[in-house]
Design a protein around this ligand. Structure first.
Ligand code: 26V
Length: 818
């Protein structure tokens, strides 16, 4: 008899080999007798995809049968990185695949290296979503991710003569085995036009007569959980021309131009905006937002309607998470559907809408909050603008009844900002509508309450919560640091920590065991060797494995203070140069590694990259210095570079001026990998201190509550002499490019040093000296390193997701049986 389970694909080595070869031959269309590493990657990936699809189908059939409340996670950005290793590990068949590949004459690691990164996001916010998707799948939550399928992901960073250049990331060039195109899942998305009034059953209703239609086509990306059969979906939308245009095209008589016009529709999902600093009112960007929101909501509502016909049940069955304000047009869109299409009265529609949405903000920077010019919105989405005005009118009335005629406060809280460019404040819209507004760390919530959203907090304190960010230990330890992963499992006597991260704390009881310490050190050494090899291939620089590998990798921003790091390196260089040769023996050798992209229009950030290169050039070629100090800039930092660099680092730096980093998640990845942190007490670092103990880290700098008063002091806040000296070296052209660096040095002058590099410099150097002292005591260092990993459990995205599920979304696990 052919049983149900027999229908599943088999995972023995022979079946896997056959599947890989079949895909090489029939999907990739290469001969099964001659194919290269890349074709092996393709064949392998398609065979993994088949297995993902099986689980995906079962999971969705099961969700449909059980009809639990579902979470829909809306984000304009997801930084997924590579999928192959993560997928086979989560499916529990990595070793079987490695063996099958071996039999075919290939090596798993080499084949996995063929995959490019899916970089559909800028930085922290986008990678967080990727980690959270992994946790949602692993913890069996009935969740969907929705995003945009950009054809061009985040630009590739090229370094030419030390300057950053941007190249397009046409990541789909070589195909993408991880997605499934759903030609039949598509929705029309409308733009422009006018709003008219119509009478229906004695009532006047508003009717939007759109002027342009674009089709949104779904591409599904299965996300497998670890240790479960569940595989959830990340559905990304691509824009295609709509058929509804055809008649018009024929009528114009200009066939070729009509086709070209239709083609323009595709530009909507063409490119990811690479600036994560401030929102510029660009029509294309707004179009992207609405395109994404409209398609996702049509899909969500269609699914809801399959089993329900009363929208009062909507909040019981649906949770909509808006990731930052970028998807917040969804609020107006749900209102439009309920009022205009479902003909619910306004207050019933508002009651439903305000119970489905929750909102997480990822910044403390007021200038990064989205503001959409009213003219732009009114032209592109006239009905939505009316709805937002109506929401605001009702909110203002309610507010007046609560706080009276305090016009300053009313205007601060208004969704509509008056001024030279009248705009819609999307954060205000989101706060007014959502029952829960989340920050991403404890400190972030404090800042939201005291500064960014103070007025709202005073009005609705109960709305404001925080869920400390987390990262997935599956990707950041199991996939990227397999040696450490095996070591942890060996010492804990179980692999269960991969799902139950609290178990990591069990390492504490072995922290003084010399065997663990030796093995721990060995793992680090192997990872450092791998990183050193990578550095040599990239830059030709040979680095010593005995040196401390000191790393700062993240987007380049003034507030993240890569400049402080570089000035510290110049200081170190200067000290070594001025030392007696005999004293140089006492210097702790360092390899300083910096990596990160600057937004293409961010001039100062680009200068910081150039400064790093000229300083590196000088130091690395100075025969006096040798192995005592090296500086390496790693170009084109992305998720897979992080996977290589993090396991191989000893120390990592998180230098944001206190009060500027909402959370920070890079620090958590280093922590899990046993790298020590040198950091300011900012964002989630404050909570990391609570978990691993301040004496297991190197902390420095002004505290969050000290920063405003320090800024008040302005020019009277004098920087220390060492600081003035290194800045002067740059200013005077010691590293060349004197004129070019002038504006960068100007940002550090007394009274202009907004990010307080001068003020924090002395304590930064002290923290660096403490790191040096500790490094020469390897036993102490390893001790701190083990305790870092042991204390990292709280920063797993599993924890974050459980909190969201319980306190924000109200969803329960729905585990698909085998
Ligand atoms: C912001 C903006 C602002 C306006 C226009 C376009 C645009 C595009 C992307 C972004 C995202 C920046 C926000 C971000 O990545 N925040 C980071 O979120 C992390 C996850 O919560 C957090 O750990 C970082 O501290 C925070 O900077």
């Amino acid at each position: 008899m052919f049983g149900f389970m027999d229908a599943f694909l088999k995972n023995d080595s022979f079946s896997l080999q056959k599947d890989i070869l079949d895909h090489v031959e029939y999907t990739v269309a290469r001969s099964r007798f001659i194919f290269d590493d890349f074709e092996a990657y393709q064949g392998l990936s398609y065979s993994v995809r088949d297995r993902l699809i099986e689980r995906w189908h079962d999971t969705h059939r099961y969700f449909k049968k059980k009809d639990p409340k579902r979470l829909y996670f809306l984000s304009l950005e997801f930084l997924m990185g590579r999928s192959l290793s993560n997928s086979v590990i989560n499916l529990g068949i990595r070793d079987q695949y490695a063996d099958a590949l071996n039999q075919l004459g290939f090596e798993f690691e080499v084949v996995a290296e063929q995959e490019g990164d899916a970089a559909l996001g800028n930085g922290g916010l986008a990678r967080l979503c990727a980690c959270q998707m992994d946790s949602l799948a692993t913890l069996d939550y009935p969740a969907w991710g929705y995003g945009l399928r950009y054809q061009y992901g985040l630009f590739r960073q090229i370094i030419l003569d030390g300057f950053q250049l941007e190249e397009p990331d046409y990541w789909l060039n070589f195909g993408n085995p991880w997605e499934i195109e759903r030609v039949h899942v598509s929705y029309p998305v409308k733009f422009y036009g006018t709003v008219e009034e119509e009478g229906i059953q004695g009532q006047t209703i508003k009717v939007w007569i759109p002027g342009e239609t674009v089709e949104a086509v779904a591409y599904d990306n299965p996300i497998p959980g670890y240790g479960t059969r569940n595989a959830i979906n990340l559905r990304l939308w691509a824009a295609k021309p709509s058929d509804q245009y055809d008649m018009e095209s024929y009528n114009t008589g200009d066939y070729i131009n009509a086709i070209m016009d239709r083609q323009k529709a595709e530009t909507i999902s063409n490119v990811l905006y690479p600036d994560d600093r401030s929102y510029q009112g660009k029509e294309l960007r707004l179009k992207q937002h609405y395109f994404f929101v409209s398609a996702s909501l049509q899909d969500i509502i269609r699914r809801f309607r399959d089993d329900h016909n009363n929208f009062d049940e909507f909040p019981e069955k649906v949770a909509l998470q808006i990731n930052d304000t970028h998807p917040s047009l969804a609020i107006a869109e749900v209102m439009r559907v309920l009022v205009d299409e479902e003909h619910l009265d306004w207050s019933r529609a508002w009651d439903i809408t305000s119970r489905v949405f929750s909102f997480t903000t990822h910044t403390v920077h007021v200038e990064a909050l989205e503001k959409i010019p009213v003219d732009l919105l009114g032209n592109l989405l006239p009905r939505h603008l009316q709805i937002i005005y109506e929401i605001n009118y009702k909110f203002m009335e309610e507010l007046k009844s609560m706080i009276g005629q305090d016009y300053d406060r009313l205007s601060r809280m208004s969704i509509v900002e008056e001024g030279a460019v009248k705009s819609i404040r999307m954060a205000n819209l989101s706060i007014v509508c959502c029952q829960i507004v989340n920050g991403v760390s404890k400190v972030h919530l404090d800042l939201l309450k005291e500064r960014v959203f103070k007025d709202f907090y005073e009005l609705w304190p109960q709305k404001f919560q925080y869920k400390t960010n987390g990262v997935t230990q599956r990707r950041w330890v199991v996939v990227s640091n397999p040696n450490l992963s095996s070591l942890i499992s060996k010492w804990l006597g179980t692999e269960s920590w991969i799902r139950n991260v609290d178990l990591l704390a069990g390492l504490r009881q072995h922290v003084s065991d010399p065997d663990l310490q030796r093995e721990w050190k060995m793992v680090k050494k192997v990872n450092k060797a791998r990183l050193a090899e990578y550095i040599e291939t990239l830059s030709g620089i040979k680095v010593s494995l005995d040196a401390m590998f000191d790393v700062q990798i993240k987007r380049i921003h003034e507030y993240k203070r890569q400049l402080l790091n570089i000035l510290g390196i110049i200081h170190r260089y200067d000290c070594i140069k001025n030392m007696e040769t005999s004293d140089r023996r006492k210097v702790v050798p360092r390899v300083c590694i910096i990596g990160g992209k600057a937004a293409p229009g961010y001039d100062i950030a680009k200068k910081i990259i150039k400064l790093c290169h000229v300083v590196a050039e000088k130091i690395n070629n100075d025969a006096d210095i040798g192995d005592l100090l090296k500086l390496v800039f790693i170009p084109d930092y992305n998720v897979s570079v992080a996977e290589l660099v993090i396991p191989g680092s000893d120390l990592s730096q998180h230098l944001s001026t206190a009060g500027h980093e909402a959370s920070g998640t890079g620090s958590m990845k280093f922590l899990m990998n046993g790298c020590l942190l040198l950091a300011t007490a900012d964002g989630a670092i404050v909570e990391i201190m609570e978990e691993v103990g301040a004496d297991n880290m190197f902390l420095f700098g002004a505290k969050v509550n000290e920063v405003p008063a320090l800024r008040e002091k302005g020019a009277s806040l004098k920087a220390p002499l060492q600081f003035l000296r290194v800045v002067r070296m740059v200013r005077d052209g010691y590293f060349g490019f004197k004129d070019y660096f002038k504006s960068l040095c100007d940002t550090l002058e007394d009274g202009k040093d907004f990010y307080l590099l001068g003020y924090d410099f002395a304590s930064y150097l002290e923290a660096q000296a403490a790191a040096d002292r500790t490094f020469v005591d390897p036993e102490k260092w390893i001790h701190m390193s083990i305790l870092s990993t042991a204390g990292s459990g709280k920063f797993s995205s599993d924890k974050t997701i459980e909190e969201y599920a319980k306190h924000t979304w109200g969803i329960e696990p729905c585990k698909c049986p085998f």
